[in-house]
Design a protein. Sequence first.
Length: 347
Amino acid sequence: MADERGGEPERHEVIVIGAGIAGLTAALYLARQGVDVLVVSKDLGGQLLQATIIENYPGIEAIKGVDLAMRVEKQAKTFGAKTRYGELITRIERLDDGTFLLESSRGKRYQAEAVILAFGKTPKKMGVPGEDQYDGRGVSYCTICDGPLYRGKNTVVVGVGDQGLEAVALLAGLCPKVYYVTPTRLFGDPDLIARIKAAPNVEILENHEPVEVLGDGRKVTGLVVRDKKTGETRKLEVEGVFVELGYEAKTEFVAHLVDRNEQGEIIVDKMGRTKTPGLFAAGDVTDIPFKQAVISAGDAAKAALAAFNYLQKRRGKQVEIRGDWKKTGKVKPKVSMRLGLKKRKEQ
């Protein structure tokens, strides 16, 4: 595992892989314990980027997914957490001394005493010719992120369920023509279905599948689709192809270190521990049910505190923490609880 600079690996006490709600929460809790923690991720937000509005995160009536990610990142950095974006960890090995050696997509090496896997799930691909070639040049897996870039252009959504319907609804307000290609019958939220059916610029192609992404070498020019019942093909002249087919766990690169279920999710115990000492996991990448932001955050907090206790044991310290209640003074509340209660009584 050669380092891109030919030097020693960059060392941290804990490395968190992924910067979604789970990864950032884990970093926050570790940083509050004074741990040297680094978050390595392709981007900030992970699957939160797909959330237009989150209405069920406790204490926040409504917030965009990206805004929630930015809030938690800022909070984690306040306590000393570090972040490194634009990189994917592609390989992890456990060394004889119990530490972990990690290699990124850029050839950079890292070493850590403990690792928390919190990289969530990856958008499912169509698996057709031209898809990879035009990824980022007309093919997108995040409609909320890239949709506004295609204002005034014809687009197609290849999707299923509410995820696909929401993408169509968003693009219908931006694009002159939107095709919705779904491999099954139309299903999902009745209100969303009614909304896109009523949109004059939306054409729904049920029981159709993508065949090939077309392009001119620089950008997308169309998508060939096939009617699954008749076998007839059709070319859709579009400049944007938005793929909203759900997510899958891409955990093959850690398969030698963890147990996985049939869906490829990492099996953890109630403390977020995997079968390998020092290797933890949290969030949607695990086998914990109910994929919700608040659950991912809670599980990440547990994994982080368990990782801290693991570090303590490695150092020969027998005292374990059971929670995080300390007040550091680094974050000042805008309104005190007492003042808030007083104002309520006066109203």
